[in-house]
Design a protein around this ligand. Structure first.
Ligand SMILES: *[C@@H]1O[C@H](CO)[C@@H](O)[C@H](O)[C@H]1NC(C)=O
Ligand SMILES: *[C@@H]1O[C@H](CO)[C@@H](O)[C@H](O)[C@H]1NC(C)=O
Ligand SMILES: [Cu+2]
Length: 273
């Protein structure tokens, strides 16, 4: 090999390595204090496991490049409505190489859910968590994730029907969002999306499950436009306090009755007849 070619290859490899290190995906799920790995309850990634979704209208907006179908993925064992859940993000498949996401990938974190039976198709996704720029800590969500070893922790809804759900984790990064990807293929907002499958049980909560309803949902693709203020933005020219996280508002009634504690009181079990 010519020296020039060798140098070219080394530079190319270094560039590819940087690219991988920059990006992220959901590497672990924690439920009930138990840790789950890929091929347990995280949907398949395919080869582009840590590559951003750039086409806002593509089918990969649902669950990433290879997460459209369940594949070999199982559903995580039952956990109670209203439990804590963690999605742990990492750029590399080996979690020991702790590299959560590139520092310059400033942006927000979002979590949606949809009934598993829908396979995420149609207006089925409801938002359960969002965090953009926190003006108390002066941190974007990706900066917080870097500090917290990749853990995105949130509370699951308590006031939805028990059953099997898809949980869609999403990180939206803005370092190249000053132009739309459809207009300038070198730029555009970057989305990191993966889905987990979980089973929620209402057991022991003493609530009447019959009264619980699913909140209205949105579709992926469909819920976002590349012209949304939170998707098309020049970070150098904007105040992070004004950042508008994309997608619908969170319907807070999913976390309990208005003014209530979200259940938990003991009720007699149904009598068998
Ligand atoms: C933080 O954001 C809130 C809500 O947008 C705003 O009212 C407040 O003035 C901001 N605080 C600072 C220090 O910028
Ligand atoms: C988030 O959850 C993980 C695992 O569930 C835990 O180890 C970590 O301490 C939690 N982080 C915070 C800030 O609560
Ligand atoms: Cu990137």
């Amino acid at each position: 090999m010519k020296l020039q070619t060798q140098i070219f290859c080394i530079v190319l490899l270094a560039a590819l390595a940087t690219l991988t290190a920059a990006h992220t995906h959901i590497r672990q799920v924690v439920l009930n204090g138990k840790q789950y790995e890929p091929a347990q309850c995280i949907r398949p990634y395919g080869k582009r496991y840590s590559y951003p979704v750039l086409n806002i209208d593509g089918p990969e907006m649902k669950c990433g490049y290879a997460g459209g179908e369940p594949g070999t993925t199982m559903t995580c064992p039952a956990t109670a409505l209203g439990s804590q859940m963690s999605l742990r993000w990492n750029s590399e498949l080996d979690i020991k190489n702790q590299n959560v996401i590139a520092e310059n990938h400033l942006g927000s974190c979002l979590v949606y859910m949809a009934p598993l039976a829908s396979n995420g198709l149609g207006d089925v996704w409801f938002k359960i968590f969002e965090e953009g720029y926190n003006n108390k800590t002066k941190e974007w969500c990706n900066q917080k994730l870097r500090r917290e070893r990749g853990y995105l922790n949130f509370t699951l809804p308590s006031n939805i029907p028990p059953g099997d759900y898809l949980v869609r984790g999403e990180i939206i990064t803005l370092q190249s969002a000053r132009e739309r990807h459809s207009v300038n293929p070198k730029l555009g907002v970057q989305l990191y999306i993966n889905c987990a499958q979980i089973r929620l049980s209402g057991e022991g909560r003493g609530e009447s499950d019959a009264k619980k309803l699913l909140p209205p949902g949105v579709a992926f693709p469909g819920a976002y436009k590349d012209t949304d203020p939170g998707m098309l933005i020049d970070l150098k020219k904007s105040n992070p306090d004004d950042y508008q996280i994309p997608g619908p508002k969170i319907d807070t009634t999913i976390f309990g009755r208005p003014g209530g504690e979200g259940g938990g009181e003991k009720c007699p079990k149904k009598k068998r007849s």
